[in-house]
Design a protein around this ligand. Structure first.
Ligand code: PLP
Ligand code: TYF
Length: 356
């Protein structure tokens, strides 16, 4: 038997629990106050339009829908960005974030033999699986500092410096999963300095554009900073979270190249990889301090969809076994799975699990 996925496996355990008090904070997916999946009004509107127009079910091109590829690159870089004007971006629609990352991983394996990818410690659990399956060697750079519940910036910089020249550096565009801790604009400058000095290739995973600051442009500023420096870079995009399109699998891989000619060639090679793979794409009530004086205010500072509660494995297990609250064993909770009515219950569960 294969082991369950550390995140999606939590949803399976949740489904099997019959307790009425149960709460699923494992997977990052929005719920209504009634704790039902939430479909955005804009998505309902678009679906109605598609029905009215009687859109057909014809195959898309291997690279996906041209209008989507144009829109997704413009959302990422800004329509006036020179990389778009100069046609230096190869964009291919993928199977959401995961599929787009997987396509890029296959591209790296084929055209950068021996190159390794550096991923943050910790990172979204599936990153390791994706590179393992694509046979791309990876190692970790320091990111999270448990002492400060913040960024280990010195560790991050020295690990990126120490990586062999020409490594791929996987970065979360914004709203880092699972920690909710992002570098500051000044720190991004320093990170790009080091990556450029070492001729590394930045590889962004953008799964939360619109989640961090409330501005789509500001959330893409990390990516745009690297593009403005004239660097070549990879960016995977996902619309699972920001449009609530978990099931549709909407996303893209973008490769910023040094010339329009290079971009055309990269795009043709991405299509060559996609075709035999899948052919073509397809829908707290914790107060700042508790009675013991423990400060929980960091939860309010973290951004994005998740909160890294700092609960360890045993404490996380207590949350589930005693309180029927489902979360990943690293103490990460999806705030999108929480309702107002459940906040007090959750606060009681966290305080009990932390102190006992
Ligand atoms: N990357 C990160 C950091 C994520 O948190 C996720 C989860 O949404 C993804 C990529 C990919 O998700 P999806 O394949 O649903 O787009
Ligand atoms: O981190 C999360 O909860 C989301 C959803 O294999 C997810 O990114 C989790 C695991 C997985 C795919 C998506």
């Amino acid at each position: 038997m294969a082991p369950p996925d550390p995140i999606l496996g939590v949803s399976e355990a949740f489904r099997a629990d019959t307790d009425v008090k149960k709460l699923n904070l494992g997977v990052g997916a929005y719920r209504t106050e009634e704790l039902q999946p939430y479909v955005l009004d804009v998505v309902k509107k678009a679906e109605n339009l598609m029905l009215e127009r009687g859109e057909n079910k014809e195959y898309l091109a291997i690279e996906g829908l041209a209008a989507f590829n144009k829109a997704t690159a413009e959302l990422l870089f800004g329509a006036d960005n020179p990389v778009i004007k100069q046609q230096r971006v190869a964009t291919v629609q993928g199977l959401s974030g995961t599929g787009s990352l997987r396509l890029a991983a296959a591209f790296i394996e084929r055209y950068f033999p021996g190159a390794q990818v550096l991923i943050s410690s910790p990172t979204w659990g599936n990153h390791k699986n994706i590179f393992n399956d694509a046979r791309v060697p990876w190692s970790e750079y320091r990111y999270y500092d448990p002492k400060t519940v913040g960024l280990d910036f010195e560790g991050m910089i020295s690990d990126i410096k120490a990586a062999p020249e020409g490594s791929f550096i996987l970065l979360h565009g914004c709203a880092h999963n699972p920690t909710g801790i992002d570098p500051t604009p000044e720190q991004w400058e320093k990170i790009s300095d080091v990556i450029q000095e070492k001729n590394h290739i930045p590889f962004f995973d953008v799964a939360y554009q619109g989640f961090a600051s409330g501005s789509l442009d500001a959330d893409a500023s990390s990516v745009r900073l690297f593009a403005a420096r004239g660097m070549e870079l990879f960016i995977a995009q996902s619309y699972s979270k920001n449009l609530g399109l978990y099931a549709e699998r909407i996303g893209a891989i973008n490769v910023v190249c040094s010339s329009a000619d290079a971009a055309a060639r990269v795009k043709s090679q991405l299509k060559r990889i996609a075709r035999p793979m899948y052919s073509n794409p397809s829908c707290s009530r914790l107060s700042a301090k508790d009675k013991s004086g423990k400060d929980w205010s960091f939860i309010l500072k973290q951004i994005g969809m998740f909160s890294f509660t700092g609960l360890n494995k045993t404490q996380s297990e207590n949350m589930t076994n005693k309180w029927h609250v489902y979360l990943t064993k690293d103490g990460r909770i999806s705030l999108a799975g929480l309702s107002l009515a459940k906040c007090e219950y959750l606060a009681d569960a966290i305080i009990d699990s932390y102190h006992n």
